[in-house]
Ligand binder design. Structure first.
Ligand code: UD1
Ligand code: UDP
Length: 375
């Protein structure tokens, strides 16, 4: 029998470390041919190509090249381009990951063509519908056939939304698979030495949420607060392109330039970034994935958000949600407390293996159904 063609959809930075372990696991299977589809939502070298290299992924088999745009523009461009791909050569299954615009767009396009879709990292909810990711997650989960969750809260959220239990499978957190796959290279990097910093003697900062960076009235006090923290703890701040362009647009470069202990740099590749985080004293962030990676590593994480779609990082891990006015006190408390938390269940580096076994079961069940219908 011909191997089943399975599309793996990658689009933006946080997708690559979810797609890579799945791609590598499926590539080893005789029953499956993974096809890497890149929508082009992220396109800068340091937001895309660097991750393909670091995570040992090939050049995408299919590149949709959609680029940036408003939410509707970007979503629509991905839908139009991906529909064409699916019409030309329909895949047997589609795997989408995370909660970016391309995740929802590819799911909509595929489901309208009645193609089966599996969502990896399903069920995560912040309950904040002003976040585009929340809308993307709700829509994707409502129409996907198979929902792979990373933690029990994901299952509970889906059940509460009326998703049948038979569609939900908890397979764990695939981000940890990427970390484990790349661990020898991550541990060999000395990214902090580039900035002449001592192990645990600095914090890593990542910020890109529209709620933090899109309004000058929010971004300006945030940068001032970072400058205050940097007077007692050096910061390394690999800057997301959205944040860089907002700082420029609002004329706020001076705040950072006046603080020599804030080390600004381009977004880092996966291996360099994880090497920097691994040796940090703490992380200040609004990222989703970074909350999980710090929990896995036991590195204190202060998340500048009101909500999180990853509550186990707070209840079990090293994450704390803070408001800006709490930042200084929270940094001092994290410095005093040091590493903390435990690794949640199934964050064990074997999620891709469970994903592959699950997909195979579903493919075989569908084949058995078709044989039964054919008589
Ligand atoms: C997107 C995701 C967000 C995710 C984040 C990870 C949505 C709605 N948002 O947010 O969930 O947390 O990625 O990083 O899908 N830009 C560049 N170069 C690039 C990519 C973007 O310069 O390679 C700039 C463009 O000006 C663009 C802006 O960043 O307009 C925002 O990019 P976009 O993909 O729309 O949203 P993100 O903020 O990156
Ligand atoms: N990351 C990286 N370099 C950076 C910043 C982030 O390699 O400079 C990685 C890191 O593994 C993180 C992932 O990108 O978990 C997620 O990226 P981002 O914060 O952009 O997206 P989110 O998880 O918030 O959707």
């Amino acid at each position: 029998m011909r191997p089943a063609e399975v599309h793996l959809i990658a689009a933006a930075r946080p997708n690559f470390m979810k797609v890579a372990p799945a791609y590598h696991a499926l590539r080893r299977q005789s029953w499956c041919r993974p096809v890497l589809v890149h929508t082009g939502q992220h396109y800068d070298e340091q937001m895309s190509a660097a991750f393909l290299r670091d995570l040992e992924l090939p050049q995408p088999d299919i590149h949709l090249g959609v680029g940036s745009g408003s939410h509707a523009e970007q979503t629509a461009k991905v839908m139009v381009a991906y529909e064409k791909v699916c019409l030309e050569r329909p895949p047997t299954w589609v795997i989408v990951v995370g909660d970016v615009n391309s995740t929802m767009a590819c799911t909509l396009a595929a489901k309208k063509l009645c193609l089966p879709v599996a969502h990896l990292e399903a069920g995560l909810r912040s309950r904040d519908r002003t976040m585009p990711e929340e809308i993307n997650g709700i829509v994707t989960d409502a129409i996907s056939d198979l929902l792979w969750t990373p933690s029990p809260d994901g299952d509970a959220n889906l059940l509460a939304e009326g998703v049948p239990a038979a569609r939900i499978e908890r397979i764990g957190n695939i981000m940890i698979d990427s970390y484990k796959l790349m661990r020898p290279r991550i541990e060999a990097t000395r990214t902090r030495e580039r900035f002449a910093l001592a192990a645990r003697g600095y914090a890593v900062v990542t910020l890109h949420r529209p709620a933090n960076v899109d309004q000058p009235g929010t971004l300006k006090p945030l940068l001032h607060a970072l400058a205050t923290v940097a007077s007692c703890l050096p910061l390394v701040f690999p800057m997301h392109p959205r944040t860089r362009s907002r700082i420029k647009e609002f004329g706020l470069e001076g705040i950072l330039a006046a603080t020599p202990t804030i080390h600004l740099c381009e977004p880092l590749g996966y291996v360099d970034f994880m090497g920097l985080v691994r040796e940090a004293g703490m992380v200040l962030t609004d990222s989703g994935g970074v909350q999980e990676e710090t929990t896995y590593l036991g590195i204190p994480c202060l998340t500048l958000r009101d909500t999180t779609e990853r509550p186990v990082t707070v209840s079990e891990g090293s994450n704390r949600l803070i408001k800006l006015h709490e930042l200084r006190e929270a940094v001092a408390a994290a410095q005093a407390a040091g590493p903390r938390g435990r690794k949640p269940d199934l964050w064990d580096g074997r999620t891709a293996e469970r994903l592959s076994a699950s997909l195979r079961r579903h493919l075989e069940a569908a084949r058995a159904d078709r044989r039964a219908v054919a008589g």
